[in-house]
Design a protein around this ligand. Structure first.
Ligand SMILES: NC(=O)C1=CN([C@@H]2O[C@H](COP(=O)(O)OP(=O)(O)OC[C@H]3O[C@@H](n4cnc5c(N)ncnc54)[C@H](O)[C@@H]3O)[C@@H](O)[C@H]2O)C=CC1
Ligand SMILES: O=C(O)/C=C/C=C(\O)C(=O)O
Length: 492
């Protein structure tokens, strides 16, 4: 695909409040992680702008949106999906400009999922069934209990930078399907596809105030003002576990519903009977996709001893062969999101050496020149030889790195995989279906993939246990979170 120009070149990205695109006196830069250069500016939403967005969303709850039939509402969601697809190349260019992710990742995962989220939740909302019970009463006439789903109200959506459009729309689509109104704050690192999404909402004629977009930072800025706003009825957040705790503390006084999808330190378990090539290819994806910046990525790989040496050698050879560089120049792996995040990841590369790791691939910064010499690149990195207590084996790094350790029996590997404060996802590689089911059921995680990774069906429950989150989204779980069930009891 030829490089499409950045859609906001020479423009300041606006906020979108009450159906209007609005600027601000203060702005902050958009930085292209491939070059390290600023490519645009974003209007920062101050406290007054957040207030205006929440007020607009609150008013919109009682406007035409509230009177719209489910059929009309879901038709609008499908129109949003169509409009994203019609502007596919612009969305791809914007996502790559903000993140530096590979063309393959942007064109096959991020942007298609952005559209699919709207289509799926339109269909799911249409098919939703609610419960009813015929109840006995002392007079013998009986009663009927049935439930209806009402919107939660104004939902604050706070999303991260790793899969910007995918993760924003994963929350916006079901929230709209359930009749809520929204104030969304995308990550300050990745404002562009969210702004294109606001243009799409405007283009399809979503009533004013139903979707509002405010740009800015987290603590002490737009994000904190939004989630702390008294007129927000629920908060949905994806990002770091520590940020989740902060938001939770702030929301405690208002006793607001929360849905959190947080960090992970995910294990991949490769048994000796696995299809070796499939396990290698799958583990390459699960470690290095999106430069390791997916909360589902495997950072701990456990390989059964008989195939351990061969597996390490093959994975290292494949990692060393990855082309790191400009996404529009055929790179398999782009840069990390920011200089700050690169410094964090490189800190772990150094820590690994201090902790006594053997670096079997990468471990540093690739030598690149020309326009991308100052980009935020790091090498795909594989470690071995660390004890399970090492910080590099316990802490979420969120970069293109994994540690590979051997194991000798099933119970031991289950214990090692579960010995984590996180519990998001696991990948298991084996040809033995009985063992696959047995081991999967013992994982202390919200999601397990057997003989694959990141194979998504949007109807399934998605989320984590322990520090990896609260609640589940996906399918009926999203519809349940984004609506309030009300029981109506009719005495006959
Ligand atoms: N899905 C995941 O698991 C993700 C994990 N991370 C991890 O988090 C680390 C830090 O990345 P960040 O982008 O700083 O993640 P973060 O969790 O701080 O930010 C995610 C979103 O929350 C907002 N935010 C931050 N503090 C807030 C607050 N007090 N109130 C309301 N909103 C707030 C941010 O502006 C952004 O929109 C990364 O190095 C990575 O390890 C980052 C992104 C996604
Ligand atoms: O497929 C999804 O819905 C989500 C995938 C990835 C994340 O949630 C993440 O990286 O945060």
């Amino acid at each position: 695909m030829p490089k499409t120009p950045y859609p906001f070149a020479g423009r300041t990205l606006p906020n979108y409040i009450d159906g209007a695109f609005v600027g601000s006196e203060t702005s902050f830069p958009v930085v292209d992680p491939v070059t390290g250069q600023a490519i645009g500016n974003v209007a920062l939403a101050d406290k007054a702008a957040v207030d205006a967005a929440v007020s607009a969303a609150k008013r919109a709850l009682k406007g035409p949106w509230a009177r719209m039939t489910l059929a009309a509402r879901t038709t609008m969601l499908v129109a949003i999906a169509d409009a994203i697809e019609a502007r596919f190349d612009e969305f791809v260019a914007a996502e790559i400009a903000d993140t530096g992710k590979s063309l393959l990742q942007a064109t096959t995962i991020d942007i298609p999922r952005g559209a699919a989220n709207f289509r799926s939740f339109a269909a799911l909302a249409q098919a939703r069934a609610m419960t009813s019970f015929q109840s006995d009463t002392p007079d013998g006439r009986g009663a009927i209990n049935y439930s209806i789903a009402r919107p939660l109200g104004v939902v604050a959506v706070v999303s991260p930078w790793n899969l910007p459009l995918l993760l924003l729309t994963w929350k916006v689509a079901p929230a709209l399907a359930c009749g809520n109104t929204i104030v969304a704050k995308p990550s300050e690192e990745t404002p562009s596809t969210a702004t294109l999404l606001a243009e799409v909402m405007d283009q399809v004629g979503l009533p004013a105030g139903v979707f509002n977009l405010v740009h800015g930072f987290g603590g002490g800025s737009t994000g904190e003002w939004l989630v702390g706003h008294p007129d927000i009825d629920a908060i949905t957040f994806t990002g770091e576990s520590a940020t989740g705790s902060t938001i939770m503390r702030g929301a405690a006084d208002g006793v607001k519903p929360l849905s959190f999808e947080l960090g992970g330190k995910n294990a991949a378990i490769v048994f000796a009977d696995a299809d070796f090539d499939a396990a290698i290819a799958g583990t390459m994806r699960s470690v290095f996709s999106n430069c390791g910046q997916v909360c589902l990525c495997s950072e701990r790989v456990y390989v059964e001893r008989p195939i351990y040496d061969r597996f390490v050698a093959e994975l290292a050879a494949r990692a060393n062969a990855l082309k790191v560089g400009d996404p529009f120049d055929g790179a398999d792996m782009g840069p990390l999101i920011s200089a700050q995040h690169r410094d964090k990841v490189l800190g772990y590369y150094r820590l690994a050496v201090e902790e006594g790791a053997t670096i079997v691939a990468g471990g540093g910064v690739p030598a690149l020149d020309g326009d991308i010499a100052n980009g935020f690149f790091v090498e795909p990195t594989i470690l071995t030889g660390l004890p399970e207590t090492a910080r590099c084996v316990r802490e979420e790094i969120f970069g293109p790195i994994c540690h590979i350790a051997p194991f000798d029996d099933e119970d031991a590997v289950v214990e090692m995989a579960n010995d984590s404060r996180y519990g998001l996802a696991a990948a298991i590689w084996t040809r033995d279906v009985g063992r696959a089911h047995r081991v999967a059921a013992r994982m202390e995680t919200g999601v397990v993939w057997v003989n694959d990774w990141f194979l998504r069906d949007l109807r399934t429950p998605f989320g984590g246990v322990k520090l990896s989150g609260i609640g589940r989204e996906g399918g009926e779980h999203s519809l349940a979170f984004y609506s309030e069930p009300m029981n109506i009891c009719i005495k006959l």
